[in-house]
Design a protein around this ligand. Structure first.
Ligand code: IPE
Ligand code: IPE
Ligand code: MG
Length: 242
């Protein structure tokens, strides 16, 4: 059943989350930043449940940006191991729920081989699932994604006059991903931080002060309620049904 106050006919197809505030959550408790990342696991899986409750088609989560390599080496190393463990420990559960796991981002030499293997295993295991796609943006940067799409077009020998929005779209990391209807960023930061630059041209943005480790499905529902109060115009003059 759709949560109270949410109109079932206007559920966003795709919600994208910037899971931010783990470090501050930990620091406020006198813990290590990495403890904050660990605490983010429950937030993520409760959000996935909420997304399934709502019947979202896509949920994209920003797990590691192309700029996050700037962090102290110990934190980066922790995050690599953490993501690897989550993929190993929780993929079966996601699979049972009918969730297809996929990834957006650069698979460059900096991403440990073991993690890449876990990513491939999760992809393969869940490839046939249709209930919802969970897209993990990992080593993801919106600018890098556009650069990679243009490079792919050039490599294919596409002439300049054939490079249009549709061609770029088709060469992004997830060509079949619908543009996010709603982007939620936690932790009170009002910025995009290089997330889905191409895709969120007309997304509704919702910001909350809740720190990611405290985020639960109810917060997702609140964001969807806020989304449903907005009027989307896409540059036109009346609300379009998309
Ligand atoms: C988000 O939390 C997680 C990642 C970027 C991997 P942060 O680690 O950015 O937490 P804050 O913003 O420092 O509180
Ligand atoms: C964005 O958060 C990246 C992820 C949540 C993975 P950051 O914490 O890296 O963003 P900035 O540095 O505050 O802009
Ligand atoms: Mg942050």
């Amino acid at each position: 059943m759709t949560p109270a106050g949410i109109e079932p006919s206007r559920i966003p197809a795709h919600v994208a989350c910037v899971m931010d505030g783990n470090g501050r959550w930990a620091t406020r408790r006198g813990l290590r930043r990495t403890d904050g990342h660990a605490a983010g696991e429950d937030a993520l899986f409760d959000t996935v449940e909420g997304a399934l409750d709502l019947g979202l088609r896509w949920l994209t989560v920003y797990a590691f940006s192309t700029e996050n390599w700037r962090r102290p080496i110990d934190e980066v190393r922790y995050l690599m191991g953490f993501n690897e463990r989550i993929l190993t420990d929780r993929r079966d559960e996601l699979h049972e729920r009918g969730v297809r796991i996929t990834f957006a981002g650069r698979r460059d030499w900096r991403v440990p081989k073991r993690l890449v293997r876990r990513m491939d295993e999760a992809l393969e295991m869940t490839a046939g699932n249709r209930r919802m796609t969970l897209c993990i943006a990992f080593n993801y940067g919106g600018r890098a994604e556009i650069v990679d799409a243009v490079r792919a077009l050039v490599e294919k020998g596409v002439p300049a006059d054939k490079i249009d929005e549709k061609a770029i779209r088709a060469n992004l990391y997830q060509p079949e991903m619908p543009d996010p209807d709603l982007v939620v960023r936690t932790s009170g930061e009002f910025r995009i931080s290089n997330f889905l630059l191409w895709e969120l041209a007309y997304s509704e943005l919702v910001f909350t002060d809740v720190l990611w480790p405290d985020f639960r499905r109810e917060h997702l529902f609140d964001a969807v309620r806020e989304y449903q109060r907005r009027t989307r115009r896409f540059g036109g003059v009346e609300e379009l049904d998309d």
